[in-house]
Structures are given as structure tokens and as C-alpha cells.
Design a protein around this ligand. Structure first.
Ligand code: CDP
Length: 211
């Protein structure tokens, strides 16, 4: 069983993915962490994330331990991630890992929940279930600001909102694997739903689909 969850930043994909993975006993992959890790690796050594050759080299040499760095969650890392994520060679370099995870989930699990931008469209077009999770810009910026403040970061709502819009625009308008709902995805607007309600709605849909 493969559950693909796509959507813009801070829409609640990660929270939903973790809860669904626990519920169905599936492995979970946050595919955004791969792009974030490539970006962070470059930023750490003072490289420009817009340099495609260097970005490709960073993607090709990515190690699993680089996916656990707390700095992955920083806004600067997210911004740089969306720059390297627009490069076709970088995406290609990260594709095998994601498909292998879906094909042979770690821990002997019988399937996986993968969240990102292109999981239902490119990485796992044959996923059992495809969810596209979204929310209004304002709600997403508020959630992200709270998340960053909770993590000790200095977050200003207006700046977060602007950065988020820029990043979403870059993710949606790129020519390779743009952020878009798959034709066969169900769209979940979480603007007026808390995490429990989102989980309940997703579960109802999935159980109907696989039942
Ligand atoms: O946490 P948030 O939803 O803000 O972002 P993320 O899922 O960690 O993704 C960070 C960036 O990686 C995105 O803005 C995309 O540019 C890129 N990404 C992608 O292109 N494809 C994916 N499957 C996942 C992330």
C-alpha cells in the first residue's frame, strides 16, 4: 500500500503522513527532507544553491545521516531547497531513492506513506491512494510561524507569508515535476480543520477506497 500526499508548504502534509503511517503500520518518507538536505549541504560549505553542477554533486553524494539535521527545518534551508528542486538532474538523482523506498519500505513494512510535491504525479503514479493537502496562504503562514517560534526561530508572520508565496510559486511554475494535484487525487482543504479532523477525513476516504 502506497499513500502519496502532495501539497504546498505548511498545509499539514507531514503531520497527516506521520499519523497515517502509524495507523496503517507503514514506513514514512518526508521527500522534502531530501531536497532540504541537498540545499543544506551546499549552504554549509558556502555554495550557491543556484549552481546546478554543485547541486547535482550534493544530491549524488547525499548520505542518510544528512537527513536528520535539525537545520533542515530552517526557512533558509526551505528556500534553497526549492531552488535545487527546480533542477531536473537533481530530481533525477533523488528519484531512485524515493522509488526504492516505496518498492521496499524499510523495517519490513508492507507499504509507505510519502509526502512531497510530485509523489502522486511522478514518483509513485500508481499509488494506492493520492491525497492533495492544501490550505489558504494565510492559514499556512500562521501555522509555519507558530512552528518556527516553537522551534526557537525568530519568525515574523509577514515575512513567512511572503517567503512561502515565493517558494510555492517557484514549486508550481517550474517545468519539471511542478506542484500540482494528480488527476486522481482527492483534494483536502485543511484551512478550517485541525489535525484530528484532517486525519479523520483522510482515513474515511482511504478506508472507502481500499475497503
Ligand atoms: O515543509 P514544507 O512543506 O514547507 O516543505 P518540504 O516538503 O520540506 O519541501 C521543501 C522544498 O523541497 C519544497 O519547497 C520543494 O521545492 C521541494 N520538494 C519538491 O520539489 N518535491 C518534493 N517531492 C518534496 C519537496
Amino acid at each position: 500500500m502506497i499513500i502519496a500526499i502532495d501539497g504546498p508548504s505548511a498545509a499539514g502534509k507531514g503531520t497527516l503522513a506521520k499519523r497515517l503511517a502509524a495507523h496503517f503500520d507503514l514506513a514514512h518518507l518526508d521527500s522534502g527532507s531530501l531536497y532540504r538536505a541537498v540545499a543544506l549541504k551546499m549552504l554549509r560549505v558556502g555554495q550557491d544553491p543556484a549552481d546546478e553542477d554543485l547541486a547535482l554533486a550534493a544530491a549524488q553524494t547525499l548520505r542518510p545521516d544528512e537527513l536528520a539535521d535539525p537545520a533542515l527545518r530552517e526557512e533558509a534551508t526551505g528556500k534553497a531547497a526549492s531552488i535545487v528542486a527546480a533542477m531536473a538532474p537533481v530530481r533525477r538523482a533523488l528519484l531512485d531513492f524515493q522509488r526504492a523506498f516505496a518498492r521496499t519500505p524499510p523495517g519490513g513494512k508492507s507499504g509507505a506513506v510519502i509526502d512531497g510535491r510530485d509523489i502522486g504525479t511522478v514518483v509513485c503514479p500508481d499509488a494506492t491512494v493520492k491525497l492533495f493537502v492544501t490550505a489558504s496562504d494565510e492559514v499556512r503562514a500562521r501555522r509555519r510561524s507558530e512552528e518556527l517560534q516553537g522551534g526557537g526561530g525568530i519568525a515574523i508572520y509577514a515575512r513567512v507569508l511572503q517567503d512561502m508565496r515565493e517558494r510555492d510559486a517557484r514549486d508550481s511554475q517550474r517545468s519539471v515535476a511542478p506542484l500540482v494535484a494528480a488527476d486522481d487525487a482527492i483534494v483536502l482543504d485543511t484551512s478550517d480543520l485541525d489535525a484530528d479532523a484532517v486525519f479523520a477525513a483522510a482515513l474515511e476516504y482511504i478506508n472507502r477506497k481500499i475497503g
